[in-house]
Design a protein around this ligand. Sequence first.
Ligand code: PMP
Length: 448
Amino acid sequence: MNMLPNSIEARDIRSQMPAVADMRKHEETGSLVIERGEGIYVFDNNGKRYIEGLAGLWSVAVGFGEERLAKAAYEQMAKLPYYHIFNYKTHSPSVDLAEKILSMMPFEMSKVHFASSGSEANDLSVKLVWYYNNALGRKDKKKIIGRIKGYHGVTIAAASINGLPRNHESFDLPLDRMIHTSCPSYPHFGKDGETEAEFTERTLQELEDLILKEGPETIAAFWGEPVMGAGGVLIPAAGYWEGVQKILKKYDILLVADEVICGFGRTGKMFACETYDIVPDILVLSKQLSSSYLPLSAIVINDKLYQVIADESHRIGSFGHGFTASGHPVVTAVALENLKIIEERDLLGNVQHLSPMFLKGLEDLAEHPLVSSWRGIGLLGALELKPAEKAGVMGTKVADRMQEEGLIIRGIVDAICFCPPMIITEEQINDMFAVARKALDLVAAEQA
Ligand code: PMP
């Protein structure tokens, strides 16, 4: 790439370590500079427009440039820009948001605690699971089961639960209390000739075998995204979540549902726990909670956990956890306004209304010679591409070409993933898939 020395691209290379990138490649190619956003679109520093087909990082539910959120931030900043919730202090924005979240829960939950990222919320959940078992005198019940292809973040505990080798390799992870079971996505992980029912049965058997091998008295919790996102939009097989919950109950293992991507309407219900009849002990939320206008995450815990944790904090004299930004007033005020927008504009209704045509669009694209299959739910989906000679390169290749054509999505291994802002319209979905098809045609022509 030809860059002027004082261009943002060149200054970025000189000053900033990039996220999720080959740094040597970054030094050569630089990054795309995004300057502003409006609705489902973002614009680069040359004024070129892109459809944001991944809503940023699966998060900008209400679209870009939403004035109401800018105003909510300004007003709260002018009134009380910062305060904390340590040492018996609080403020109304975080109380209002905690109440709002509890009121939206499809099942009985007890308390909310805020953090700034999905990773932190997952790390905190790990700490709570350990704190809980220590309080109950179960000193050995500490292991956590994650899943192959699962993603929960990049802090030490969260990254350890991930089932993605790149989050472990050279980082000295996973921690040895974190173990992994099979990915529940069918037919992706099915064996030749295996029916979905057989696949579910085998996957559940593998989970139970792992628990028995390790010893149920050593297993504290099971971690799962209702639909796996960053692993490549992997949809659980029918019967999977019902079976998992039966096994966890049998062995007294807590369930943590990570709805960082799925929460707030993405799968066609307000929470994916409703989509799959999941009743977790801890629910982890982020992303669409604030549409990522400001960094925010939340954990929601049930009363069974809360009562034990509260007693333990009383015994010790204090709960030794809290972030400077736990419940930050500006961030929580913006998130509350964001949830109001989601409700007032009935974005959940929009997802339900548009989902059939979104999924049909994926199904139609699955006929393309470069595509082998499609999968999706709500407004979340993926196309599995036929691998090139070297597996794992097609996702990035096709994603790069789509970007050139004005559509930003995410290439993950040999899949490309779609997760547009929930404000998207029928016409815009058609536009998005038209660009996707054109880019696929161009890659196919190159390969011919
Ligand atoms: N959990 C899930 C399911 C996620 O998708 C992500 C981020 N993609 C995280 C946790 C981590 O969130 P963050 O990047 O805010 O730390």
